[in-house]
Ligand binder design. Structure first.
Ligand SMILES: Cc1cc2nc3c(=O)[nH]c(=O)nc-3n(C[C@H](O)[C@H](O)[C@H](O)COP(=O)(O)OP(=O)(O)OC[C@H]3O[C@@H](n4cnc5c(N)ncnc54)[C@H](O)[C@@H]3O)c2cc1C
Length: 652
């Protein structure tokens, strides 16, 4: 055996910071460049596994590479015994290295009680090649003197970062694409609905096939951590804080894929009808209109959740998916379901784009009704409002859609409604004044087909008779189901016409446990938002007991919790109450109340700037989240805009 050591993985290995473990490779004390990690390095001792030079197996390629580059250090010593994280380096790398190399000695093997068990062998073996490649990339490309990984992650765009023109030129030349990789007109990809963050990418991929996406990701992955390039999928850019952006990276325009791939309907003879749809497609063009079938939620929002007034019955959109096709962070195209590659399947759903780019999904369909009775009633009393909402979502024979919103100091409210809703008692309604009050509107809908109109009316009457709203405020409208589904889009068009769509949207979405909703309302509607709001405030409960909780989505602990969405728009030139600064400071006050009053809320469409906050957000799900990141996107190439993990570029 030859003296020396190539690599020691210490306790940070594969720790909470994605791949930063690789930065903790302690390399030989004989090489000054690696001096920094000397403490982590224990040649021939400690916990190391030692790798002997071998020549005859396929994997000897790695050994040769290592030996070629570090000729005086011909074996690997890997150590890590901290039981801190559930997928420690020792079991993982031990198995990987064992699979690939022969060992000559070990002074101390990791033991079961010191290190939690490794991920299932099948997963490990799948990644054996990957780890070998990463090791090569790291060893060939490293400069350990410039280890920049930080625990909180510095996500701000560095002014010294130069566009990767050369790399992009190479990509354009080497990738055989069905679609286009463009370096012009990049501004669209640096924009989102939030209108607050704008990070220019170096290129935008307009894919026409899944292989376009997998080739790109695989190419960037093969470049290893010597490249800064990251990749972000962009659906419709409805993000609020740059989550679909990639500073000097490549944005994948999923709409381009959606347009080039057909939706396929699987209805006849299926026990669970579904639509096989490409990412980037929009439901408005889809099933409701074409086949008399409807997905249970309006939009494809599989990286988040997709919560709406039907979620109390069907769960969020992510619970209505049977199968996904995903391009992982290594460029592999994987089909996954609840049974097949289920770890990836559940990880990707609600996974904030961290584990792969979804390219296709099978989404459940159900028979679409033709018509909708759409109803609004008002409450002055918050307790009566929430009691009724909770009763409605817990009953099996209830309305088909239950939402609600808060109205603060609105003038002429009922008059406005009259343009699209019919008032049950116009005389009473005309005596109702909304000014100066905080009101709570229950918004409910019952679906029906034309022949059922009469029985539907009777059912609605029965259901309404059990509610405690202010009787003079009953408003009903009858619309087609398509119109009902399209209502958000209609509002969008109206806002666009008025030039109010492209303003900053400092939205804040919270999930508040049922037991805390009154405290929350007292503080927020009683103290913070007292005289006005700068947009709709949605508030409605959902029942998690009907949801699949294996996904990555994070919710409060209680079964019933409220979605409270402050959907504010800010006026760019304003310095008043509708200015961005004012709304952001209100949002902060709301978040502070949640914290100080210990309301145990969770953010929906979360946004944090430090990893500690993400850790807190995920709570007990954090370990699984990090493990999945390591498994499916080991170089943290994907979706940098979420600011959870930072690409391991310390070797540059
Ligand atoms: C007007 C409006 C109404 C909304 N209403 C609702 C609602 O009722 N219920 C609800 O739950 N949400 C709602 N949202 C929020 C919306 O669901 C999320 O913003 C969602 O992420 C938007 O999808 P997108 O593809 O446009 O997002 P993008 O901004 O394009 O992407 C969002 C995130 O997902 C990642 N991503 C995009 N495509 C993929 C992919 N194919 N694979 C992996 N990751 C990907 C992106 O990188 C990014 O991190 C609404 C938003 C708006 C603007």
């Amino acid at each position: 055996m030859i003296e020396g050591c190539i690599a020691v993985l210490n306790n940070y290995g594969f720790g909470p910071y994605g791949l930063c473990g690789f930065y903790d490779f302690g390399l030989s004390h004989k090489n000054k460049k690696w001096k920094k990690n000397e403490n982590a390095f224990k040649p021939n001792g400690g916990n190391g596994w030692q790798l002997e030079r071998e020549t005859n197996s396929t994997t000897s390629f790695l050994a040769k590479c290592i030996l070629h580059h570090i000729s005086s250090l011909p074996f690997i010593s890997l150590s890590s015994t901290s039981p801190f994280y559930g997928f420690q380096t020792s079991p993982f790398l031990t198995e990987t290295i064992q699979t690939n190399f022969s060992f000559i000695s070990t002074s101390q093997q990791p033991t079961a009680n010191r290190c939690p068990p490794p991920p299932p062998t099948a997963t490990m073996l799948k990644h054996t090649n990957l780890v070998v490649k990463i090791l090569i990339a790291l060893i060939l490309g490293c400069d350990f003197g410039r280890n920049k990984i930080s625990s909180t992650g510095n996500f701000a765009a560095s002014t010294t970062d130069l566009p990767h023109h050369a790399t992009i030129a190479l990509l354009t030349e080497r990738l055989k694409l069905d679609g286009d990789l463009r370096i012009d007109n990049l501004h669209h990809a640096a924009k989102d609905f939030g209108n607050r963050y704008s990070l220019l990418p170096a290129a935008v991929l307009y894919p026409k096939s899944v292989s376009d996406i997998s080739s790109l990701v695989n190419y960037v992955f093969q470049m290893g951590p010597t490249s800064r390039l990251t990749i972000a999928a962009r659906g419709h850019g409805h993000s609020l804080e740059g989550q679909a952006q990639a500073h000097q990276g490549v944005v994948v325009n999923m709409e381009s894929l959606g347009k080039s791939q057909e939706m396929r309907f699987h209805i006849e003879g299926e026990s669970r009808p579904f639509v096989d749809v490409s990412a980037g497609a929009q439901t408005r063009d889809g099933p409701e209109i074409m086949d008399g079938l409807s997905s249970s939620n309006g939009r494809w929002t599989l990286s988040n959740a997709g919560i709406s007034g039907q979620a109390f019955r069907h769960g969020p959109q992510i619970n209505n998916v049977h199968q996904l096709e995903v391009v992982t962070g290594t460029g592999q195209v994987v089909t996954c379901t609840e049974e097949m590659n289920s770890d990836l399947f559940y990880g990707v759903l609600g996974g904030l784009g961290q584990f792969g780019i979804i390219t296709r999904a099978h989404i459940s369909l159900e028979p679409a009704p033709k018509m909708v009775k759409w109803i609004r009633v008002l409450y002055v009393d918050f307790a009566a409002f929430t009691e009724d909402q909770e009763q409605l979502i817990s009953s099996n024979s209830s309305f088909d859609y239950v939402e609600g919103f808060v109205l603060i100091n609105r003038t002429g409210l009922l008059n406005n409604w009259r343009s699209s809703f019919n008032c049950k008692d116009p005389v009473q309604a005309s005596r109702f004044f909304s000014e100066g009050k905080t009101l709570f509107c229950l918004e409910i809908a019952k679906y029906f087909t034309e022949g059922d109109a009469e029985t539907t009316d009777q059912k609605i009457e029965g259901l309404l008779s059990k509610l405690n709203y202010n009787e003079s405020t009953l408003f009903i409208s009858e619309v087609s189901y398509v119109e009902f589904l399209d209502r958000v889009h209609v509002s969008e068009l109206k806002l666009q016409e008025k030039g109010l769509w492209d303003v900053p949207h400092p939205w804040l979405n919270l999930l508040v446990p049922k037991s805390k909703i009154h405290k929350f309302a007292t503080q927020v509607f009683g103290n913070i938002l007292t005289d006005t709001s700068n947009g709709p405030i949605l508030i409605y409960p959902v029942d998690k007991s009907r949801w699949n909780t294996k996904t990555s989505m994070v919710t409060p602990k209680e079964d019933v919790f409220y979605l409270v969405a402050f959907l504010s728009s800010a006026m760019p030139s304003s310095t008043g109450k509708d200015s961005l600064e004012h709304i952001l400071s209100q949002n902060k006050r709301i978040l502070d109340v949640c914290e100080t009053a210990n309301l145990e809320t969770k953010q929906y469409l979360p946004h944090y700037s430090a990893q500690e906050e993400w850790k807190k957000h995920f709570g007990s799900q954090w370990e699984a989240f990090v493990r999945r990141k390591f498994t499916y996107d080991p170089l943290a190439i994907l979706t940098p805009g979420q600011r959870i993990f930072q690409k391991a570029t310390g070797f540059l």
